[in-house]
Design a protein around this ligand. Structure first.
Ligand code: ASP
Ligand code: MG
Length: 472
């Protein structure tokens, strides 16, 4: 028996007609089929905002609960024709909304938002959409059942906010909950710790939930449905002529996601790679029935050009200065330990004789600076920060092993008079990235994209025989 796992994200669940449209897509699949759903579009952000408001100002978010309730019942009314199924679904949804209200009332009473309650509250977006989606499937006469992460034992390491799924532990229980040729609807985005606490898998984590289920069930593929044409050579909002990328390796997809392409959660390929399960990215808006992008095992085919250019804004550098910091043993570990304790994620690190530089998300900069000043004043003589920078990444299997890729990118950027602040390569064989001022980011991406994928590249292809093997 071969399972398919499919995933519908918030962008597929935006309008009231969308659940019906997605159910129509799911219906085309043969069973057994596991459908993993995100919250309806925008719901997670609102649940989160309401939770912080309730904790900060002590206001109970009754207005938001009302809006959410109306929207849920509107979805049920318009997508579920069968009266009995509509009534049952309505009851289940109401029970969830009541539990959600209780949680908000709790925060309102204590005036703070513990991490465990934060994660519980945000999981309600997926709980609600899964109940409604399953109702839609049943009302279409399909044999569909709901399976919750806590029932099937989707076990995490317990880290609130961005937990990892423990695949081996989860494998012990999960399989038996998916017996029979049916549709199974599973809410994404959360798992449970071994202390039975709800733990979120990071924003956009439904892809990762779906990938874990594909692993647990030895699925033949993970099909991720989007409202765009899969992975492209550049962000269509920035470059004028992006092309769809038909095939990506697991590491290319992971690097592109890490460096800013917002198609998949960066951890999606992790559970799939050991079992060679492909990810097929489909566009709901396409009538071809073909996946836009397929991600799977793919060797380094000797490409001499990147397959895609991506970027990520809102980065900062924290520079710790002092004589010999770069070579004194232990300082890097100590500084990294301080950041870890402060809950700061380090995106990259580079050192010289006189400075250690940490590349961080801008939102973490204040926290990181404070932590270093408090915990390591004797370690460093000066702390400097560089704000408002962006990463531009070139991704393609093996590009770090070919000479000249970085040089060509810099040529393109230099021609636009853009200063490259930092360059890094080598951490992965599939990515080279450089750092520019945030203001220069769009121009740097356009210049590099047009150099590798635009008319300039065509000229290069004609003139350099060593580039004729480039396949995109
Ligand atoms: N609803 C969650 C989020 O907005 C998870 C997801 O969409 O995958 O982050
Ligand atoms: Mg999402």
């Amino acid at each position: 028996m071969s399972y398919k796992v499919i995933k519908f994200g918030g962008s597929n669940l935006q309008t009231v007609n969308d659940p019906g449209r997605c159910a129509g897509i799911a219906e085309q699949y043969s069973t057994p089929c596991v459908i993993v759903v995100s919250a309806f579009y925008g719901v997670t952000d609102k649940l989160r905002q309401a939770a912080f408001d309730a904790a900060d100002s002590g206001k109970f978010p009754s207005g938001y609960i009302e809006v959410l309730t109306d929207s849920c019942f509107e979805h049920i009314k318009l997508n579920i024709d069968d009266d009995r199924v509509a009534a049952d679904t309505g009851k289940e949804v109401q029970a969830l909304l009541d539990r959600l209200s209780d949680l908000y009332r709790g925060i309102h009473a204590i005036g703070e938002l513990p991490l465990s309650i934060h994660d519980s509250i945000l999981s309600f977006g997926e709980r609600i959409s899964a109940v409604i989606f399953n109702g839609v499937m049943v009302s279409r006469g399909l044999d569909s059942v709901l399976r919750l992460p806590e029932q099937i034992g989707l076990v995490t390491d317990g880290e609130f906010g961005s937990a990892s799924i423990l695949l081996k532990e989860s494998a012990k229980k999960a399989g038996k909950h998916f017996a029979g040729n049916r549709y199974f609807v599973v809410p994404g985005f959360y798992g449970v710790s071994d202390e039975d606490k709800i733990t979120l898998l990071g924003r956009g984590g439904t892809d990762y939930s779906a990938a874990a289920l594909a692993y647990l069930l030895d699925a033949s593929s993970l099909d991720v449905w989007k409202d765009v044409d899969g992975f492209q050579t550049g962000d269509p909002k920035v470059v004028s002529d992006p092309q769809t990328i038909k095939r990506l390796s697991y590491s290319e997809a992971a690097e592109l996601s890490y460096f800013g392409a917002r198609i998949l959660h960066p951890r999606t390929v992790e559970p799939l790679q050991p079992k060679n399960i492909p990810v097929r990215v489909f566009n709901v808006g396409s009538s071809s029935g073909e996946p836009a992008t397929i991600i799977g095992p793919e060797p380094d085919n000797g490409y001499t050009s990147p397959k895609s250019i991506t970027f990520s804004r809102h980065f900062s550098v924290l520079k710790l200065k002092g004589p010999g910091v770069g070579i004194k043993p232990g300082i890097l570990a100590r500084a990294a330990g301080i950041m870890d304790a402060a809950g700061v994620n380090i995106s990259s690190v580079f050192t010289s004789q006189t400075a250690i530089c940490f590349l961080l998300q801008s939102g973490d900069l204040k926290k990181a600076t404070r932590a270093v000043k408090v915990h390591a004043p004797s370690l460093i003589s000066d702390v400097e920060t560089i704000n408002d920078i962006a990463l531009v990444a070139l991704v393609g299997e093996g590009i770090t092993k070919r000479h000249g890729v970085a040089a060509r990118a810099f040529q393109a950027v230099a021609a636009e008079n853009i200063n490259v602040e930092i360059i890094a390569a080598g951490a992965s064989t599939a990515a080279i990235y450089f750092v520019v001022k945030e203001n220069d980011c769009n121009r740097a991406v356009m210049a590099t994209h047009s150099y590798f994928f635009g008319n300039e590249r065509q000229t290069l292809l004609q003139h350099h025989s060593d580039l004729t093997s480039v396949v995109l």
